[in-house]
Design a binder for this molecule. Structure first.
Ligand SMILES: [Fe+2]
Length: 394
């Protein structure tokens, strides 16, 4: 790629899967995005760190310049049902008619769930992403959401699901409803410029995993495959640049777009990377993207018989020197090393004693259904053990 674009030219108004205002400086349009959804009195929902950060203060002041805006900043990493309940209470108490969801995956997921749960009289677990559970939901009284991502990873700004932790069982639960898709997204890469290198790396790998798992998921879905392939191409080109120089607006722009693309693609399905990572997040409260980065090569090796041809094709798209499965695997292992991410789960404190708890949860995780190789509890236990001990070979 020789002719690099002027970063300010990387902007657009996109209409799928929802209305997206993409580009540097677009955060100034936040009040207009609220107005487009009929919101007159929003509640801005974020995490405590971001609320105190210059980005949080800026976004809140832009919102308040246009609309009376409340603030709920009590969302923890790996948010729980208690966080959601407190947010619902704040939404009702303030008489708010909409939500501004600001942050990374945790804040976006919590905010989307708050805007959904305000209309429900059942616990959130009744809407776990299984079968037709979502049909139980009441849609009267749902409040609209404007999503403002501050990381390039989760893609939750364009997703219809949210991950919430059940604090009693220490399990992560995927809550799903079609109406959880935010009605407006303000995707402004300038908001991601200050993200530290480690979080840039971990969230970027999460975005990569969404596209990679979608591409490998079984089923006829050339739309998702096309979006996933382009997202991976962008991440291959730009993630290392964004980690190296966080102020590179071009790299930040492409990564933010790629993160949304990953979440669009994984409507096709996820797989064992997420099935393995969700139980670790629920039980041990580890960072999702970091966990994903560690398990990624182990899952690819396990899935090799089913995905070898497809990943060889991907290696050719990426113009890797070795354009086959091993070349692709080598790129990912090298990327993980360059991003200073450990190569085994022991580094996260995951131990043999956790495997009997984690493996059944992984096998039962809704993401497991998208894995191209069917794995039962024993299969997941074996995968965890290999990832704990650093044994890549299946
Ligand atoms: Fe993820």
């Amino acid at each position: 790629m020789t002719d690099l674009p002027e970063p300010k030219s990387l902007r657009g108004n996109w209409s799928y899967p929802t209305a997206i205002r993409f580009g540097a400086g677009r955060i100034e349009e936040l009040p207009a995005a609220c107005a487009a959804l009929g919101i007159t009195r929003p509640l801005l929902i974020t995490d405590p760190g971001l609320a105190l950060h210059a980005v949080g203060e800026r976004v809140l002041s832009i919102a308040r310049a246009g609309l009376p805006t409340g603030l709920f900043a009590d969302v923890r990493p790996n948010p729980t049902a208690a966080d959601v309940a407190a947010g619902v209470e704040a939404l009702r108490a303030g008489g708010h008619d909409g939500v501004i969801a600001l942050g990374g995956g945790s804040a976006l997921d919590a905010a989307k769930t708050i805007a959904f749960m305000v209309a429900q009289d059942r616990p959130p677990w009744d809407f776990e992403d299984r079968g037709d559970n979502w049909r139980r939901a009441s849609v009267a009284g749902l409040v609209p959401v404007v999503a403002v991502p501050t990381t390039a990873g989760t893609g939750s700004e364009v997703g219809r699901a949210a991950v919430i932790t059940n604090e009693d069982s220490h399990q992560k639960c995927i809550i799903f409803h079609p109406r959880m898709m935010p009605g407006q997204v303000v995707a402004d890469p300038e908001l991601t410029l200050g993200l530290p290198a480690n979080l840039t790396a971990w969230t970027g790998i999460d975005a990569l995993s969404h596209s990679l798992e979608a591409l490998c998921a079984p089923g006829f879905h050339p739309l998702a495959d096309g979006i996933a392939t382009e997202a991976i191409r962008l991440i291959h080109r730009w993630l290392a640049v964004a980690v190296e120089d966080g102020r590179d607006l071009t790299a930040r722009s492409y990564m933010l777009a790629a993160a949304s693309m990953g979440a669009i693609a994984f409507q096709k399905g996820l797989g064992a990377m997420h099935a393995l990572a969700h139980p670790i997040g629920g039980l041990l409260d580890r960072h999702h993207g970091l966990t994903i980065a560690i398990v990624m090569p182990y899952v690819l090796v396990t899935n090799r018989p089913a995905v070898e041809a497809r990943l060889a094709e991907l290696a050719r798209v990426l113009e890797l020197a070795q354009a086959d499965f091993d070349g692709l695997l080598g790129w990912i292992i090298g990327l993980r090393r360059d991003l200073e991410i450990p190569d085994n789960l022991s580094a996260l404190g995951v131990a043999e004693e956790h495997v009997p708890i984690l493996a059944p949860r992984a096998a039962a995780d809704p993401s497991a259904g998208g894995n191209p190789v069917a794995l039962d509890e024993a299969g997941y236990a074996a995968l965890y053990r290999r990832a704990i001990n650093g044994r890549l070979a299946a």
